[in-house]
Structures are given as structure tokens and as C-alpha cells.
Design a protein around this ligand. Sequence first.
Ligand code: GZL
Length: 311
Amino acid sequence: LLASTLAIAPIAAMAADLTIGFSQIGSESGWRAAETTVTKQEAEKRGIDLKFADAQQKQENQIKAIRSFIAQGVDAILVAPVVATGWDEVLEEAKDADIPVVLLDRTVDADKSLYLTAVTSDLVHEGRVAGEWLVSEMGDQDCRIVELQGTTGSSPAIDRKKGFEEGIAGHDNLQIVRSQTGDFTRAQGKVVMESFLKAEGGENICALYAHNDDMAVGAIQAIKEAGLKPGEDIKIVAIDAVPDAHKAIAEGEMNATIELTPNMAGPALDALEAYLASGTEPEKWIQTESKLFTSEDDNQAIYDMKKDLGY
Ligand code: GZL
């Protein structure tokens, strides 16, 4: 027992000395806020000194923050990359400084040697599950779909769109008639849904697919203001499974959501500690689970459980 305890001590000591920079995208959605809360909790649990930088959804602010972390000589860097491109140069700089980088919840179009690992869900799979749910819901009924895309150029927006189209492929009764970014926010989700309703006529829209719940919650407001019943006149499926999505489903105003865990940092920090302590190379992708929730689930109970988790 003593030997094993002593073996743990140095790692614990190592963790106590770790300083890690976290370049967070912003607080554009409830899910993002929860990820920030959980990341700070996970660092605290490990005795890690976490340097936090909020980029207000601007890539140049993330690049500045990463350069600042490099100048500070942090032990490692966590990045949730707002868009998929434009990271090569700054990731090269981190590599030259021998500082490992771990990606959270989004991926980048850069050589995999430029980051230690990416902790994300299967974003294409999430979109496919959403499409397949709508196929099962609509059967052979015609359904004109509008789509609220995530942030333009982000890996979730690209992959969730791709997956959804795969999910509805071969079912020609399901057609995407409008598709536009709502930048993952409630405010933009409402504004863009208002434009869809105006352009198409609410009675001609059968379903909304939103790349995250926050845009769906904004769209629900617009649908109500247009005198229509969200969840009935217009079916709504989205992704994240934030508390307000479970609440909307419990109230019959939304129909389905796919859960994205806000705890990407746990697996990320475990991989970093193992790498820094003993050079253990993790897989390049640490995949988190995705779970579909519908009106069949006890959404009120899930809302009550999730509502205090920092969303
Ligand atoms: C997906 C993540 C997305 C969430 C949104 O992995 O990057 O960013 O689905 C958030 O809520 O804005």
C-alpha cells in the first residue's frame, strides 16, 4: 500500500504544480457556460492553476490568449476552437515551446501532430441522429424543414449539417428549404427563425432542425409570436440537451434533443496529466457520448437535475 501511495504522491504533486491556460470561445450558449463551469471545477479538483481567457467568439482573441499562455510558460493549453481553420501558425508556436495543446468540443483542420488530443462528441453522428429522428417522426408525410446552423466555419456547424443530410437521405418527402446560421445564440436563433417564417409562411414549415438548443429556444419564441404552436405546428429537434430544452420538451414546445456532455475537461485533464507525468500519448480523438432525448423521457426530472449544473 505504501509503495502505491508513494507512487500517487508525485503525480498529485505534479498536478498541484500544473498551470494550464484555457482559451474558451465565449458564453454564446447555455452549454458553453456549463462547459466553463465544469472545466473550472475539474481543474480545482486536480489542484491545477487554470488561467481562463474568454474570446467573445473571436478567433483573433483566442490566438492572442494562446500566445500569452506560451509567453507565461504554462504547462499545457486547452482550446475550444471557434472555427476549424487558421490555427496552424499558433499551434506551431505552442509546439516549438514544447507546450501540449488539447482541443475541447470542436476540431481544427490542422495537422494532428499540432495537438495532443481532441475531446469531442461525434458531431456528424449527432446530426444523423437528429435526421433519423425526424424520419421516424414524419413517416411518409411531406415535411419542409428549416435549419438553423451553428457558427459559420465551426466544426459542429459543418459536421451537424452533414450528419443531418445523411440522416434524411433517401426520404424525398423531407426537404430542407431554408438553412442559415444563427451563430449558436438564442437571439440570432429568434431573428433568423422570424425571417424563415416571413419568407416561407409559417403554415409551410413543418420542422426546425437547430444545431444547438439555444437557437431552438430563440426560434420557439419567434414561432409563438407568429401565432403558431412550437412542437406541434412546427416539430423541433436540436442538440446539447441543456435544461431549457428538457423544459420545452416537457411542456410540449420542443420534440427532441441530443445530449452533449459539458464535461470535456475531465478526460482532457486526465490525458494531460498522464502525458506530462509519464509521456503517455493519448488517442488523437477522445469521443464523448451522445444520447437522444424525446417526449418519452422524464424531461421535467432531468431539467430539475440539470438546472443547477452551471448552464
Ligand atoms: C459542440 C459545441 C457547440 C454547442 C453549442 O461541440 O462546440 O458550441 O453545441 C456551443 O451550444 O455554442
